[in-house]
Design a binder for this molecule. Structure first.
Ligand SMILES: NC(=O)c1ccc[n+]([C@@H]2O[C@H](COP(=O)([O-])OP(=O)(O)OC[C@H]3O[C@@H](n4cnc5c(N)ncnc54)[C@H](O)[C@@H]3O)[C@@H](O)[C@H]2O)c1
Length: 592
């Protein structure tokens, strides 16, 4: 039976430390919370007050419980008050020297068997531990932000950590009602190592004005179901902390993708640290507030669809999953919709797929039977491209092959009337290469729907160097009528979502291949630590490993980033035919 802790301490009561104090006190432990001076003590106490006040307001915490929580916490500026603590978690800023000083001090005041833990996100736990004379009693205990909410705790053992200490740490975490994942001492551990490359990439998308702040965040929330967008998350984590984490990761990996995006350094220097200072990528109504207020970057409310061309009649080309879904979306929104499939059999198949989907929507009370009838009345199938001769907008969703799409656009160029808008729903090809097959590339735009199109709210509207402003405005107006959320970006491989998503998935494969953690632990870390709806390996198996490899290869070819090179393990699994759920085996094996 391993040891039960009842008296614990936390050093540093900032974003993380205050949350950790709350977690401990909520679990009935006696906590000593240490800050560097009286003013910081008050601020730290204020964090716990604000967080528990919020819980009381929301009815999640009884006022008496809140009082009891505060009864168990002693806030102090005297680190010596930790002398009786059986376990201490350090959560001071992400600076190695500072942490080493704190640990040296902790060693001198605590008992020899006190378990010492650092909440570092990226620094070497080993280097921190050897600042004490008893590194075997030092572990990493990496909580996630906000600590009272997120259940993952990465427990880090170094080469000198005593096995017993690691077990104690793990059991302690379980006792808090949290989920521990035990890993070795590598910068970023599991979750941050996978998260920060992605956050950094999003920051540089913003910095290079590839897409706007809200569009980047909305794309990842709506396109991937993430609980928050990357820039909002950077603000929550703190840009200073984020900078330090990336800097440490870069020093260890030498991967350019971890080199902090220059804008992070500039913002930190300017004191724009995120929520904690009231301003980061977004502006908040006051420091430490989650409430975003408009600022100079907030999109203006002038009509974004000014100059949009009128669209009444729509054509959809293709008969696969995407084309079928898109045709249904248009028909449901009241557009006169003609879809073109190759051959009568495919025409009939699309129609019955739409009928089934509409029936399901009626059964689930998503639409009325009348709306379903109307949608079907709006939908006409044909096998002749010539039937698109009167369309105002044609959306192509045929196979993802450049030559096929180019040939189709060249034909559409001959058939579809002047002034119509032509859209491709490609997810990885360059829109301008498709557009160049026509004599009217100004009329061509990317409309990247997500699967299933009926359900997913996001559409990426992709303008090429030639897309006319009124064509983009038309695409935006159409998305609005479809009830979709449009984000705009330019014509670069992966647009917003795939460019941010697939390198992260690829990094997860590399981490697995390096035997740093198991697929289960990695999936758990991202779901429980970051609130992702699926872990990377679950998602890869759903998306299809071949699809992931193709997208990652496109990104690698376009950006020539060594860090984007597809992970060899991904290539090997594809070669072996382990393509994911559809093949019955990918990273995991499925019952057929
Ligand atoms: N922010 C996150 O999302 C997050 C998540 C997990 C882990 N972490 C890690 O947690 C640690 C703390 O990060 P944070 O975001 O809470 O930083 P923060 O800047 O919000 O808080 C750090 C606190 O430490 C205090 N402090 C500084 N020197 C001190 C000392 N000598 N003694 C006592 N207190 C001292 C500061 O006054 C400040 O209140 C870092 O190692 C960070 O990498 C952060």
């Amino acid at each position: 039976m391993s040891r039960r802790f009842s008296k614990v301490g936390v050093v540093g009561l900032g974003t993380m430390g205050a949350g950790i104090v709350e977690v401990f006190a909520r679990n009935g432990l006696e906590v000593v919370g240490v800050e560097r001076d009286d003013e910081s003590v008050l601020r730290g106490r204020g964090h716990v007050q604000a967080s528990t006040d919020r819980a009381v307001r929301r009815g999640k915490l009884a006022p008496e419980e809140q009082e009891a929580i505060f009864g168990r916490i002693r806030f102090t500026a005297e680190i010596d008050d930790l002398k009786d603590a059986e376990l201490v978690v350090e959560a001071v800023p992400e600076k190695l020297e500072l942490k080493r000083e704190v640990f040296a001090r902790l060693e001198s005041i605590t008992q020899p068997d006190t378990l010492l833990a650092t909440n570092t996100s990226s620094l070497s736990v080993t280097e921190i531990s050897v600042a004490t004379g008893r590194p075997s009693r030092v572990v990493g205990m990496h909580f996630f932000n906000p600590a009272p909410v997120l259940r993952l705790v990465e427990v880090i053992g170094t080469v000198v950590t005593d096995h017993k200490a690691l077990e104690e740490a793990k059991e302690f975490v379980v006792g808090l009602g949290k989920v521990p994942v035990v890993v070795g001492d590598k910068a970023g551990f599991i979750a941050n190592a996978l998260l920060f490359g992605y956050l950094n990439h999003a920051a540089s998308m913003f910095e290079t004005r590839y897409a706007g702040r809200e569009d980047i965040d909305d794309a990842m929330r709506l396109g991937c179901g993430l609980p928050m967008g990357p820039l909002a998350l950077l603000d929550l984590i703190g840009l200073d902390t984020s900078y330090e984490i990336l800097d440490t990761m870069y020093r260890q990996s030498r991967d350019r993708l971890h080199a902090p995006s220059p804008i992070l350094k500039q913002m930190v220097t300017a004191g724009l640290l995120g929520r904690k200072t009231g301003r980061g990528f977004y502006t908040y109504d006051r420091p430490d507030s989650p409430v975003v207020v408009p600022d100079a970057h907030t999109p203006t409310v002038t009509d974004p669809h000014e100059g949009a061309r009128p669209v009444r009649k729509v054509g959809v080309v293709g008969s696969g999953t995407m084309a079928t879904g898109i045709a249904e979306v248009f028909a449901r929104a009241g557009y006169d919709t003609v879809y073109v499939a190759r051959g009568d059999e495919k025409v009939a198949r699309v129609r019955s797929a739409v009928e089934r989907s509409l029936d399901k929507a009626v059964m689930r009370d998503k639409i009325t039977a009348h709306a379903s009838d109307e949608a079907l009345a709006n939908l006409t199938g044909t096998s002749r491209l010539d039937d698109l001769a009167d369309r105002d907008l044609v959306v192509e969703a045929v196979v993802e092959e450049l030559s096929v799409k180019q040939a189709l656009f060249a034909t559409l160029d001959e058939i579809v009337p002047a002034g119509a808008v032509l859209a491709t729903t490609t997810s990885s090809l360059s829109v301008i290469e498709v557009a160049a097959a026509t004599g009217r590339s100004a009329d061509i735009v990317g409309l990247h729907f997500f699967n299933p199109a009926q359900v997913m709210q996001l559409v990426e509207v992709v303008s090429t160097v030639n897309t006319a402003p009124d064509v983009e405005a038309t695409a935006l107006a159409v998305c609005e009528r479809l009830g979709k959320h449009a984000v705009t970006c330019t014509d670069r491989a992966g647009f917003i979502v795939n460019a941010l998503l697939f390198p992260y998935l690829n990094d997860a494969v590399r981490m697995l291949q390096a035997n740093y953690a198991s697929a289960d632990d990695i999936d758990t870390a991202m779901k429980v630590g970051c609130g992702y709806p699926m872990g990377p390996f679950e998602l890869l198996d759903v998306v299809g490993l071949d699809v992931a490899l193709a997208i990652q290869t496109t990104l690698y070819r376009e950006f020539r980033e060594p860090g984007f090179a597809p992970a060899p393990l991904l290539e090997h699994l594809v070669t072996a035919g382990y393509l994911g759920r559809k093949a019955g085996r990918g990273f995991r094996v499925y019952e057929q």
